[in-house]
Design a protein around this ligand. Structure first.
Ligand code: SAT
Ligand code: MN
Length: 623
């Protein structure tokens, strides 16, 4: 025993936990939250199995048919707790300006005073799990450690799949190593002797997702779902890490990372930013289509990239995560065969439907199975039949239903995915979901133009966050809900990177802007997307190699029809024009929106972005 007893509660820390600050913090938090007991997670398989069984006993998990889906479980959340809550998410920097106009802000003292009574006794009747995790390969110079205290066993087992979680973290942490303290509670304390009346305890009335960037702390109250509760993900790896990156000269980005190898064996690495639920997982596991024999795409990460400039003049990226928390609906063997293969075993599903033979189902799977099942139990535990769906519009799976699965399940996993050195990035891709205006792909002529493209990205909103769907909002760098500081300072940080890298005299990664989602007049997607995106990726590589000339447009360099490899796809020049054309009237309106966006971000907005806008406006007027 190496820590004192707190208010009658024995800390019971294992002897291998030697970090003084950690022990003191756990003691303080136990005194505040007043759990019945403390459980120190070691990350072992036996522990995972034990906690999963405990979740089955509590009714939170349903064990799926082991003949169909070995080692897998289904959890269904409270209907009030199904996505990130952006309006309850706060960046509590000392100065309001440092959170910027795109974040909710409260001064740290007021927020602490608000949270104190909520956390006081919040874990009564429950266990406090101590979950140590590394974001990034253990011991990598790009990695960071977090420790989450949570009263949710669901969170603990998800963290085992999503992060490098367990005992080995304490070796890296040592006696005085740094970690980000992550406090989490579902906000549903139980009175003495009281039992849960729900299998998904949460607080339907009160939720807070709070970040203190200066002291690097995370406090999350009231939700058990996704990014609200798995605090290593958006909270640590993006909001807190983006502020660390700003101070330390690196980048924490909402980006997938993939490797692409040519038939000649030359390998490239691409990092791509897309908003939540816009196909990052699909793109990162892309299967090259017909006509691309010998090409291979491999996954390093599907959601988050930490990127550091290196002394050799290149930018190296790691995936801080160790698993995927991906959107299930729409996923099938046609849209993402590698993902479907990843989901064969050892998966935690949340808010999908249950089949009569104990397997899972979601909208989009009918394309695999050749039809919709006659009967399901939907994500809310109700009977679901095609007739009911037709009558009520009820979805079998929630549109933001998710799977949690370890990266090692992915047949397309890159051999360097766990390399502590990271992989060198050759290109950045920025893409929103836009049914009009933004062309299929253009390449920025300069770093500044690329930052402009990313800074003005717009996207139609998706089910990944609570709120209206399909509305266009500006989502700079796909970081709108994830940037832990003032957005305009973040733009400046990106601009500064150019000079940092130039000093070491190397070629900067190219920057491309893409849009897979343009629709025709009938409202149908024109670009086939998914594996066919390889055709765009190949053009990017040709640009890197200086083998495609492209054509200058007012918004970067676009491919000419003949520069895309069309083998195996019937896509004529007229269709190509539908996805690449630049509509002068639409762009005139678009640029007005850029103006409004920049007005909102006026504080510290880099002048270079305004100059770039003026240049674009001039080119548009000349069209
Ligand atoms: O719920 S998460 O934030 O983890 C998923 C997402 O929005 O991308
Ligand atoms: Mn994401």
């Amino acid at each position: 025993m190496n820590a004192p007893t707190m208010q009658g509660l024995n800390l019971n820390a294992p002897a291998y936990v030697k970090n003084a600050r950690l022990l003191a913090w756990v003691a303080d938090m136990a005194a505040l939250c007043k759990p019945d007991s403390i459980f120190w997670c070691d990350g072992s398989q036996a522990e995972y199995d034990q906690l999963c069984q405990q979740l089955v006993n509590a009714g939170t998990f349903k064990k799926l048919n082991p003949a169909k889906r070995p080692g897998s479980f289904l959890a269904c959340s409270d209907p009030s707790d199904v996505a990130r809550v952006e309006d309850r998410t706060y960046i509590c920097s000392a100065q309001k300006e440092d959170a910027g106009p795109t974040n909710n802000w409260m001064n740290p003292a007021d927020m602490r005073a608000t949270l104190q009574p909520l956390f006081d006794g919040c874990m009564k009747g429950r266990t406090m799990y101590v979950v140590p995790f590394s974001m990034g390969p253990l011991g990598s110079h790009i990695a960071h450690i977090g420790v989450e205290l949570t009263d949710s066993a669901y969170v603990a087992v998800n963290q085992k799949l999503m992060t490098r979680m367990g005992k080995a973290v304490y070796d890296v942490l040592g006696v005085d190593g740094e970690f980000v303290p992550c406090m989490h509670t579902v906000g549903a304390p139980l009175a003495a002797g009281e039992k849960d009346t729900t299998s998904w305890p949460c607080n339907a009335k009160t939720k807070y997702i709070v970040h203190y960037p200066e002291t690097r702390e995370i406090w999350s109250y009231g939700s058990g779902y996704g990014g609200n509760a798995l605090l290593g993900k958006k909270c640590l790896a993006l909001r807190i890490a983006s502020t660390m990156g700003r101070n330390q000269g690196w980048l924490a980005e909402h980006m997938l990372i993939l490797g692409v190898t040519s038939p000649e064996g030359k390998k490239y690495h691409v990092a791509g930013a897309f908003p939540s639920a816009c196909g990052k997982t699909n793109f990162s596991m892309l299967v090259p289509p017909a006509g691309f024999d010998g090409w291979k795409v491999t996954t390093i990460g599907d959601d988050i990239a930490w990127i550091k400039p290196h002394a050799d003049g290149k930018m190296y990226a790691i995936n801080p995560e160790a698993g995927y928390f991906g959107v299930a609906p729409g996923t099938n063997t046609l849209t993402n065969p590698n993902c479907m293969a990843s989901l064969d075993k050892d998966v935690i599903f949340t808010n999908v439907a249950l089949t009569d033979d104990g397997d899972v189902w979601w909208e989009g799977m009918e394309k695999d199975t050749g039809g919709v099942p006659d009967h399901l139990i939907d994500w809310q535990g109700k009977d679901w039949t095609p007739a009911i769906a037709k009558e009520t519009g009820a979805k079998a799976a929630h549109p933001n239903a998710r799977f949690t699965v370890g990266a090692t399940n992915n047949p397309a996993l890159d051999s360097a995915w766990d390399d502590p050195a990271g992989v060198p990035i050759d290109a950045f891709i920025f893409g929103g979901r836009r049914s009009t205006t933004v062309p299929l792909v253009t390449e920025a002529r300069t770093w500044m133009e690329g930052v402009y493209m990313a800074a003005t990205m717009g996207s139609e909103t998706t089910a990944a966050a609570f709120g209206a769907q399909g509305v266009v909002r500006r989502d700079p760098f796909a970081m709108l809900p994830f940037c832990g500081y003032n957005m305009s300072d973040y733009f400046q940080h990106w601009l500064d990177m150019e000079h940092k890298l130039e000093e070491s005299g190397h070629t900067l990664p190219k920057i491309f802007c893409v849009n897979w989602f343009r629709k025709d007049e009938a409202g149908k997607f024109v670009w086939p997307g998914y594996g066919e995106n390889m055709r765009v990726l190949k053009w990017m590589i040709d640009r890197i190699e200086g083998q495609a000339q492209g054509a200058d447009t007012m918004f970067g360099v676009a491919p000419q029809y003949a520069e895309i490899t069309w083998t195996g796809l019937d896509f004529n020049e007229a269709q190509f024009n539908t996805v690449t054309s630049i509509d002068k009237a639409a762009w005139t309106e678009e640029l007005k929106l850029h103006t409004a966006h920049f007005e909102q971000l006026a504080y510290h907005l880099p002048q270079g972005l305004l100059d770039t806008k003026a240049a674009i406006e001039k080119r548009l007027a000349d069209m």
